[in-house]
Design a protein around this ligand. Structure first.
Ligand SMILES: Cc1cc2nc3c(=O)[nH]c(=O)nc-3n(C[C@H](O)[C@H](O)[C@H](O)COP(=O)(O)OP(=O)(O)OC[C@H]3O[C@@H](n4cnc5c(N)ncnc54)[C@H](O)[C@@H]3O)c2cc1C
Length: 390
C-alpha cells in the first residue's frame, strides 16, 4: 500500500530554510517602507535572482533552478509570510510570465528569453485581463493581424503585474488572431492566440500604475497596443491554441497564489501569537484568555488544512496528474483563509492592528486580492463544480 508522506524531502527543506532566512533577513526589514513609499523592490529582485529563485521550476539548461512546483510553492509561501508585494512579483513573473515561454515556446524563444527571465535580469508578465474580459477571459477584444511577417496588435489590457518596471522584459498576451467561427473551442469561437510582446516594441505603451488597496510595492498597470508590431515568430505555440494555453497557465498560477494565501495567513498568525504573548490586559498576557486562544487555535488548524491542499496540488502537478480541481480548491480555501486570518490578527492587536507600523495592518490590506486575482472565488467554485460533474 502506498503511504501518504507528509514530510518534505531534504531538498524541499533546504529551499524553505533558504527562502525563510532571506525573507526574514532581507525582505521583512524593508517591507513596511516599500509599501509606504510604493516602491518596486528592485534590489530584492536582484538578490532573488542571485539566489537562483527567479526561475525555480524551470530546467537548469535554460538558467532555471531545476526545482519542482512544490519547491516553488514553498518559496512563495515563505516570502508571503513577510511580504505579499515581493511574493506576487516573483509569482506573476514565474507562473504567469515565464511559464508560457517554457511550456509553449519554441527552442529559439526559450533560449532567447528564459535565461534572462530565470536570472531575474528581466521580468515576465502575463496580459490576459481586459476591460471586458476578466472572469470571462475568453471575451478577449485585443486583435492581432498577421501581414508581411509581422503581427499588428491593437487593444488594451488591464491590471497587469510586472509589465511597467525598469527591468520588465516581456508580456505574453492573449489576442484574437482570427474571426468568429474559426476557433478551436466551440464555446469560444474566436481564434485566440498567445503572443510575446517585448518591452519597447513600437506601439506598446504602459499606463500609469494603479493606486491599490494593497500589494503597494508591486507593479500593476494598464497596457495599450496601438498598431503595435512584433515579429511573426513571437507567436507562442500553434496559432489558435491561446484559449487552451491560458487555462493551463491559470491552473498553474493558482498553485502559486494559493501558496501566497497560506504564507500570508501564517505570517498573520505568527504576528498575532507574538503580540498576544507580550500584550498585557487585566494583569496577564492576552494569550492566556480563552477567547484569544480560540482564535489562534482556529487559525493554526485552518492554515494547516490550506497548506496540505496547496502541497497536494503541487504534488499532483509534479507527478503529471490532472491538478485542475485541487489547484482551484487550494486557491478558494487559502484566499478566504488569508482574509480571515489577517482580520483575526488585526483583532488580536486591538487598536495597534489599525496602525501601519504593525505588519498585520498591511497583511489585512494585502489579503483581499487573494479572493479576486488569478480567478475570483466564484470562478474557482465554477471550476470545482464543473470538475465534480455538477
Ligand atoms: C492587483 C491585481 C493584479 C492583477 N494581475 C493580473 C495580471 O498580471 N495579468 C492578468 O491578466 N490579470 C491580472 N489581474 C486581473 C484579475 O485576474 C481580474 O481582476 C480577475 O480575474 C477578475 O476579473 P474582473 O476584475 O474583470 O472582474 P469580473 O470578471 O468583472 O467580476 C466581477 C464579479 O462578478 C463575479 N462573476 C463574474 N462572472 C461570474 C459568473 N459567471 N458567476 C458568478 N460570478 C461571476 C466575479 O466573481 C466578481 O465577483 C490582476 C488584478 C489585480 C487587482
Amino acid at each position: 500500500m502506498a503511504a501518504v508522506d507528509f514530510d518534505l524531502s531534504p531538498d524541499h527543506e533546504l529551499i524553505r530554510r533558504t527562502v525563510r532566512e532571506f525573507a526574514e533577513g532581507e525582505v521583512a526589514p524593508v517591507a513596511e517602507e516599500l509599501d509606504r513609499t510604493k516602491s518596486f523592490p528592485y534590489e530584492i529582485v536582484e538578490k532573488l535572482g542571485k539566489l537562483n529563485l527567479m526561475g525555480i521550476p524551470f530546467p537548469e539548461e535554460y538558467g532555471g533552478g531545476g526545482g519542482d512546483t512544490l519547491a516553488y510553492a514553498l518559496a512563495v509561501e515563505e516570502l508571503t509570510r513577510v511580504d505579499s508585494s515581493v511574493a506576487i512579483t516573483l509569482c506573476a513573473h514565474t507562473s504567469l510570465g515565464t511559464q508560457p515561454v517554457y511550456l509553449f515556446g519554441s527552442e529559439e524563444q526559450k533560449h532567447e528569453w528564459l535565461p534572462r527571465l530565470c536570472s531575474g535580469e528581466r521580468l515576465g508578465a502575463f496580459g490576459l485581463t481586459e476591460p471586458e474580459a476578466g472572469s470571462d477571459a475568453g471575451n478577449v477584444r485585443t486583435r492581432a493581424n498577421l501581414a508581411d511577417g509581422e503581427w499588428t496588435i491593437n487593444g488594451s489590457k488591464q491590471f497587469i503585474t510586472n509589465a511597467g518596471t525598469d527591468i520588465s522584459g516581456i508580456v505574453c498576451i492573449t489576442a484574437v488572431t482570427g474571426g468568429e467561427g474559426n476557433g478551436i473551442d466551440p464555446t469560444h469561437p474566436k481564434e485566440i492566440s498567445n503572443i510575446i510582446v517585448p518591452n519597447g516594441a513600437p506601439g506598446y505603451e504602459q499606463g500609469e500604475p494603479y493606486r491599490k488597496m494593497g500589494w503597494n510595492a508591486s507593479d500593476t498597470r494598464p497596457l495599450t497596443f496601438t498598431d503595435c508590431r512584433v515579429h511573426e515568430e513571437n507567436l507562442l505555440g500553434p496559432r489558435g491554441q491561446g484559449f487552451k494555453q491560458f487555462l493551463h497557465i491559470l491552473d498553474i498560477g493558482r498553485i502559486g497564489v494559493a501558496a501566497m494565501g497560506v504564507g500570508l495567513a501564517q505570517g498573520a498568525l505568527d504576528e498575532a501569537l507574538s503580540y498576544a504573548k507580550q500584550r498585557k490586559a487585566f494583569g496577564k498576557s492576552i494569550s492566556k484568555f480563552q477567547a484569544i486562544q480560540s482564535k489562534l487555535a482556529d487559525m493554526s488548524t485552518e492554515i494547516e488544512a490550506g497548506r496540505l491542499l496547496v502541497y497536494k496540488a503541487a504534488r499532483e502537478k509534479d507527478s503529471g496528474r490532472n491538478f485542475t480541481l485541487t489547484a482551484a480548491q487550494a486557491k478558494l480555501k487559502t484566499g478566504r483563509l488569508a482574509v480571515r486570518c489577517a482580520e483575526e490578527a488585526v483583532q488580536i492587536h486591538g487598536g495597534y492592528g489599525f496602525i501601519e507600523e504593525y505588519p498585520v495592518c498591511r497583511f489585512y490590506r494585502d489579503a483581499k486580492i487573494l479572493t479576486i486575482g488569478e480567478g475570483t472565488d466564484e470562478v474557482q467554485q465554477m471550476v470545482i463544480a464543473r470538475a465534480l460533474g455538477a
